[in-house]
Ligand binder design. Structure first.
Ligand code: BDR
Length: 311
């Protein structure tokens, strides 16, 4: 099994990703979740992580609070997509379990040091806490097995601005630090997530699983994806977060290239853009595997199988 630290600001699509991971105990061991400020403020993302652990029947998985704001910029949230709690849709009970006392950044550092070469950072959110961990304890860079992150956009341009994807835009300095850290990194950008559309038939199949996790996930996605359906006018909305576990479970259903990816930190209209050197025009280090394509039918099969294993 692959040992994971999950960085997350759920967020309905990230809830689907987390549940997908929890449904595959044969493939993943979740060491802990670090709640991040992003889609909504930290108090809500922390609460949402706890609610999801209870929904999945996994109160044993520790949840840590990370930093309440990005490194250098005021927090930009996406409550227009995710609702005032960040996880609107089904009414999930107020969690009885508590977050850990330790700070999320120290959890990352301590865990990576204790398990050198064994921990995958599964990043669904802005990268603030990983960047702070790398600044506080630079030795962890060579001890992290790899990073698999939903972040960035190039061929599909932006979703929070015309040029930037949300997770990168919220904390571009953090993304820059992480991408320059010399860690094996895979990025699942909008280029691929925009191909993974939650058609009505797919959401119906999710609901038809009949278990509480399947039904709640369908309800969550119906809430958050309504915004994207209006925006894009496609027959389904992009489902971002689960691309991360799907890539770890079945890399063969995706296609990409090892290239240089640089984050724009100064652009007047391109702040937070991930500039992907797809055609290898520069000699800059090929610091990330950039996923550009994937098979949506196989992706949803994996997601549904996994959700079906949960309560
Ligand atoms: C990303 O932004 C967030 O709003 C989603 O949860 C996802 O992590 C997509 O750009």
């Amino acid at each position: 099994t692959r040992k994971l630290i999950i960085l997350t600001d759920p967020g309905q699509d990230q809830a689907a990703a987390i549940l997908m991971i929890l449904g595959r105990t044969d493939a993943f061991e979740v060491l802990g979740l670090v709640a991040t400020a992003g889609n909504i403020h930290l108090d809500h993302t922390l609460d949402n992580c706890l609610k999801l652990m209870e929904l999945a029947g996994r109160p044993d998985i520790p949840v840590f609070a990370g930093c309440p704001q990005p490194l250098m910029r005021p927090l930009v949230i996406a409550d227009h997509v995710h609702g005032p709690t960040g996880l609107d849709g089904p009414v999930l009970p107020k969690p009885a379990i508590r977050a850990q006392e330790k700070h999320g950044v120290d959890f990352i550092i301590g865990t990576v040091r204790a398990l050198p070469g064994e921990v995958t950072i599964c990043a669904l959110s802005p990268l603030t806490n990983l960047a702070v961990a790398l600044r506080k304890a630079p030795d962890i860079a060579e001890k992290i097995a790899d990073i698999v992150a939903m972040l960035g956009a190039y061929f599909e341009v932006g979703n929070i601005t015309p040029s930037a994807e949300f997770n990168c835009y919220v904390d571009p300095e953090a993304a820059d630090i992480v991408l320059k850290a010399g860690i094996k990194t895979t990025l699942l950008p909008l280029d691929v997530t925009h191909k993974m559309l939650s058609t009505p038939a797919r959401l119906k199949a999710m609901r038809a699983l009949g278990n509480r996790c399947g039904i709640a996930t369908a309800e969550m996605l119906e809430f958050s994806e309504a915004f994207d359906l209006r925006k894009y006018g496609w027959e389904g909305a992009p489902l971002h977060g689960p691309c991360v576990p799907a890539f770890m479970l079945a890399p063969e259903i995706f296609a990409g290239r090892q290239i240089n990816v640089s984050v724009e930190l100064a652009g007047r209209v391109t702040l937070g853009m991930t500039v992907a050197d797809w055609w290898q025009i520069t000699d800059l280090p090929r610091n990330a595997f950039w996923v550009r394509d994937g098979d949506p039918a196989l992706y949803y099969d994996l997601l549904l199988q996994s959700l079906g294993n949960l309560p």
